[in-house]
Ligand binder design. Sequence first.
Ligand code: NG1
Ligand code: ZN
Length: 551
Amino acid sequence: EEQRSLLLRSSSQFPPPEGVKLSYGTSGFRADAGILQSTVYRVGILAALRALKTESVIGLMITASHNEVSDNGVKIAEPNGGMLSQHWEPFADALANAQTPEHLLQVVDEFAESEGIALDGAKSVDILVGRDTRPSGSSLLEAAKLGIGSVIGAVALDMGILTTPQLHWIVRARNNGDKASEIDYFEQISSSFRCLMDLIPSGSESNEVVDKLIVDGANGVGGQKLQVYKEVLELNGLVIEVRNTGLEGGVLNEGVGADFVQKEKVVPHGFGSQDFGSRCASLDGDADRLVYFTVLSESGNKIELVDGDKILSLFAVFIKEQLSILKNRDTKLGDDYPCCIGVVQTAYANGASTDFLKQQGLEVAFTPTGVKYLHEKAAQYDIGIYFEANGHGTILFSELFLSWLEATNNELSSVSKGSEQQKAALRLLAVSKLINQAVGDALSGMLLVEAILRHMGWSIHRWNELYHDLPSRQLKVKVVDRTAVVTANAETEVVKPPGIQEAINAETANYPKGRCFIRPSGTEDVIRVYAEASAQDEADRLAKSVANLVD
Ligand code: NG1
Ligand code: ZN
């Protein structure tokens, strides 16, 4: 009864925005920050219920990633650091759209009943709340706390400003019983980076790689964090210059950041001809996406983009190399382990990257867009590497494989300490600690790229030469109802409305090496069009003519 009146009282302060229907999309709720107070409050309730259900620490992150600064959003991190369990999404929607306090109470009651969640305040659970640097973040964070506080037994812990992957990492680590703060996060990623640096084979030093890395921080949280921790990294052998930290007066995601760089293929603000030839990286607004680039000419603003597909390819090549060194060890030293490695991409992956990965003998799987799908698929392998072309991805290691690796490393260190095989085992162990096992993470991903380039003795140009991207074009078409388009086959085929797929096929057939698909965005009211062809003007034309079909 106390719980009911508490919910009624507190939710009456947060009426839902009029005339908007909110939906928990691929990255939680996102909208103009001005209408989000009630949504964030309600996600606070959701997080509290999720924590009670799982009897674990849950995360609540307030961010709208690469969206413009006036937007914001909110999403939940599960106990293992992953995305909210998909079967809770309809409940999230019902909660966000409940029109009156009574209706909200009814939604909560029914759901708690069906999930067997006791709302008697008997248990105490923690919800870690974080936000990015958006100005709307602090008042939304208060709304989240009130939502959490309206469920008896739920305690909100304010983690302040964090990158999205940091919050996910901390949630995961707390549930594993590890001590976990932001300092522990940086401690772990910088020490495993150090470990990889110490294991670099002699003779692979390349002057080009030793040059500093220039990072575009998107005027967001990632740039700020790097600025603070760059001295620690410098001690470990990585010199970084951070631009667009947000402290120079630039606007979040405006003409800067990984999304801008990947989509527009031009230099972000603050970069230009003076950076010709340098190795540059760009983070997105909440630092879960990473792309690299170089400035193409001494005059223009054109770049050579090194995208998520190429980061994936670099990681895959390195890991395969370590696995094959390990395979060469004396099998008298215990059983071999048939390590099953797989890479996961979406339809947006450049066709040349898929061909390259297959040529390397790797199994390539495809899922629909949205990290939750890629992550789920990657978790089915002993080593699953996933990346979206836009730079969101990570590497997952199975528990089974990691314990085999630990055991093998112990054996090797007693019989052949310092051998190539043992070094390979140590490198893989270091990668598993450096790379964020919860979610794609630009900061830890960047450190892994930097370590591997040094290991290989590769410049960014050499890396970029792994394969040549097919020319591609992405367009978006504003539509009244994006749900009218329904796709199948990892989004490569339109099944509704009828007739469109045939028309796309007919257009695509006009282009050698042509590939084209459309899908409804999960984050904007648009239909996205992607086209690939053997020349840029052909990719442009194909995308344009298919966009006209949708319009
Ligand atoms: P939508 O709007 O569904 O295309 C975009 C990205 C996704 C993912 C989400 C979440 C593209 C084409 N799509 O989704 O890959 O990152 O945002 O942020 O880049
Ligand atoms: Zn992001």
